[in-house]
Design a protein around this ligand. Structure first.
Ligand code: GLU
Length: 509
């Protein structure tokens, strides 16, 4: 039997981390077992579903690279089938009409009513005390024929329990007595969630349902529907929750954009790195390794590797430097540092384009220089955005200077104000004949440093700040080399920073 799994998001908001991880695990399981990965948009909550959310979810999935193997199913298109199923259960006496004149008998207010009754009965619940449960078929038909509105409820048996072997959490059991006679169809004919899911999972021949642990209670209800329909339920695997660092549940409402997939795409994360990060949120192959290609994840993924304990998404909402999980950032940096240069350049190009730093020569006459530069600067970068922010000085004369770097690397050594232009003169003389290579640059800078009786670090750090505007970066010898002789000399001679620095000083005095 071919494995068939589905990712079934409700389009009531953007694709968030938890859903993306559910999609990933379904995808990996399908690929690992040679099965099919399907997508069903659960758009039956008409009041909350939006086209915009559907689009945002589809974009998020596209970014992550999870294309469904069959046509996308929109749950709302199946409403007639859901209604037929409810009516079939009614005809078979497995469901009943509830004529209780309620405004909207939604699951939520049924729950409230049950809680209310339980309170009145000092904690003793009787889920089977709906007076319409035992109404005779004749009377039920007659009242319906007379036009009285009704909801259809499942007639949950009195004795027994639902039980299933969860692939993550083990044996799950629940007495029938603990589950209310759930509403299948509202009095306005609207099919409710649990009925819709079961009907569609049967229709789509789903073999494994892999979804968040917050659906455990629904699973018991859904099994009751499978039992009533006489259909064997699929295998279930529930995923641990993803918690905020405070250990509260990670939520769209409280954690806003931090949990949205598009935030990561727009912040310059690589889909392959983020996928790798998501895979380890609640799953492991039982080894130290953390960096996995998609093929490796597919090969190693198993339901047994899913953890029971909740995963934590570690970010500090109040600290902008730690706006997202440390590990996610580390992993992204790791991918940027190690991925094939050609592939990285495919991602860097649109980034430079949108920052207006791209020149077509980078693909043509300056290709070799461009590749070398990207290779040099990627060593210290975390996201694709860094190429256009911190990396700006490599592609444009118009870059910013970090005041802290000016203070630390230039102002503290006033001699540099004359030394660095002198170094520029030296470069011009020496490199008239010598090739401008890291090795030769090192010899020239060392000799210059000795003449001045200073430390190599002073010259190097001062140069770094004048050449790139910042205090840290890749090896300074490669920085000199990729910035090129002409621009290096121009920047070493630039007095703008010194003037700004003394202006700032005057201002504070
Ligand atoms: N639509 C549900 C949700 O977004 C998931 C339903 C399911 O996976 O069965 O949480």
């Amino acid at each position: 039997m071919t494995t068939r799994v589905r990712f079934a998001p409700s389009p009531t908001g953007y694709l968030h981390i938890g859903s993306a991880r559910t999609a990933l695990f379904n995808y990996l399981y399908a690929r690992n077992t040679g099965g099919k990965f399907l997508l069903r948009i659960e758009d039956t909550d008409l009041a909350r579903s939006t086209e915009e959310s559907t689009q945002s979810i589809l974009q998020g999935l596209e970014w992550l690279g999870f294309a469904p193997d069959e046509e996308i199913v929109f749950q709302s298109n199946n409403a007639d089938k859901h209604r037929e199923t409810a009516k079939k259960l009614l005809a078979e006496g497995k469901a009943y009409r509830d004529f209780t004149p309620k405004t909207e008998p939604t699951d939520a207010n049924v729950k409230d009513a049950i809680k209310e009754r339980a309170r009145a009965n000092q904690g003793e619940k009787n889920m089977r005390d709906n007076p319409f449960r035992e109404l005779s078929a004749e009377e039920s038909e007659a009242r319906a024929a007379a036009g009285e509105p009704f909801a259809i409820r499942l007639k949950v048996p009195v004795e027994g329990k639902t039980s299933f072997e969860d692939q993550v959490y083990g044996l799950q059991e629940r007495e029938y007595a603990e589950t209310e006679d759930l509403v299948l169809l509202r009095s306005d004919g609207h099919p409710l969630y649990n009925l819709a899911v079961v009907c569609d999972d049967i229709e789509m021949a789903i073999t494994h349902v892999i979804r968040g642990q917050d659906h455990l209670t629904n699973t018991h209800k859904q099994i009751l529907i499978y039992e009533a329909l006489g259909v064997a339920p699929p295998t279930f695997a529930h995923l641990p929750l993803i918690m905020a660092p405070s250990k509260g549940k990670l939520s769209k409402r409280k954690h806003g954009e931090v949990v949205s997939m598009t935030t990561y795409r727009d912040a310059g994360f690589l889909a392959e790195a983020f996928r790798n990060f998501l895979a380890l949120l609640g799953w492991s192959a039982g080894e130290e390794q953390e960096i996995y290609s998609l093929d490796e994840l597919v090969a190693k993924f198993s339901l047994e590797g899913i953890h029971r304990s909740n995963a934590v998404f570690n970010f500090s909402p109040d600290d902008p430097r730690k706006w997202t999980d440390d590990k996610a950032q580390w992993m992204n940096a790791e991918y940027i540092r190690t991925m094939p240069l050609d592939k990285l350049i495919e991602h860097v190009k649109p980034e430079l384009k949108s920052a207006k730093l791209w020149r077509d020569e980078y693909e043509d006459d300056d290709r070799a220089w461009f590749e070398r530069t990207i290779d040099v600067i990627r060593a210290r970068f975390f996201t694709l955005k860094d190429f256009s922010n911190q990396g700006r000085a490599y592609f444009s004369e118009d870059f910013d200077f970090d005041p802290a770097a000016i203070e630390k690397n230039l102002n503290k050594f006033p001699d540099l104000k004359t030394w660095l232009p002198e170094l520029a003169d030296r470069f011009e003389t020496e490199f008239e004949t010598l090739p401008y290579t890291e090795e030769n640059i090192e010899t020239v800078v060392k000799a210059f440093t000795e003449e001045k009786g200073t430390k190599l670090g002073v010259i190097m750090n001062g140069s770094r700040t004048l050449l790139t505007g910042v205090a840290v970066g890749p090896s300074m010898l490669s920085v000199f080399e990729v910035i090129g002789l002409e621009k290096t000399c121009l920047r070493l001679r630039s007095q703008i920073v010194w003037n700004t620095a003394s202006d700032q000083k005057n201002g504070t005095d």
